[in-house]
Design a protein around this ligand. Sequence first.
Ligand SMILES: C[S@@+](CC[C@H](N)C(=O)[O-])C[C@H]1O[C@@H](n2cnc3c(N)ncnc32)[C@H](O)[C@@H]1O
Length: 246
Amino acid sequence: MLYLIGIGLSDEKDITVKGLEAIRQCDIVYLESYTSKLQVGVDKLEEFYGKKVVAIDRNFVEDGSGIIEKSKETNVALLVVGDVFGATTHMGLILRLKKESIGYEIIHNASILTVVGETGLELYKFGRVASIPFENSNIESPYDVLKENGDLHTLFLLDLDTKKNKFMRFDEAIEYLLRIEGKRKEGIFDDNKLCVVCCGLGSKKQVIKARGFDDLLKEKIDIFPQCLIVPGKLHFVEEEMLEIFK
Ligand SMILES: C[S@@+](CC[C@H](N)C(=O)[O-])C[C@H]1O[C@@H](n2cnc3c(N)ncnc32)[C@H](O)[C@@H]1O
């Protein structure tokens, strides 16, 4: 069978007890390493889990055949940074397992979609999540999401390429939104709007800052991955919480 195991956001010790027990029953342990990145390398995972960990790329997961064939023969673990469902990319695999009557178990963990709660912004008050890709010269949909979210908070996930160790920075994301605002002039992202930036959340090095975008554009923080939140209407408790990060 296949165990789909979220391993959390920071290091080898974020795995749950259930996740670790499942890994110990597996002959093959794959690490999906393209939707996010831990603060430690594969060697640390191998040492802590006591298993060889094979990093696999997007094609291998999306094609799925290799994982499915192995899961027919033996117990396989697919490790996902964060939570299994923190990225849409694993749905296809689960549908195929179901169709082929291969057993699977999902073991959850913290995801960027929940740990952003540490900013003090209420998770219930987030609207649609938007991703900003590296190649964004002809893309305006993240700005549209911000517009549609209105009074709700908007979480922007920022592109990464783990193979090239390349991560979008929050200041690039702010500049992107300013560029689209400059073009469309709809007043969705102007007036030095308050932004919350999160870098390496869940790790000891994590940084959260809540400031107007002018101030944030002057900051360079080399802790990755990063995401950007544009808060909507704030409750006074949220305002008080954000004070911590000003
Ligand atoms: C597809 S999403 C998240 C996938 C992961 N499976 C999860 O559940 O969190 C990847 C994006 O989340 C954001 N992200 C992931 N980990 C982060 C972290 N520790 N701190 C800040 N942002 C993070 C980045 O913007 C990154 O591009």
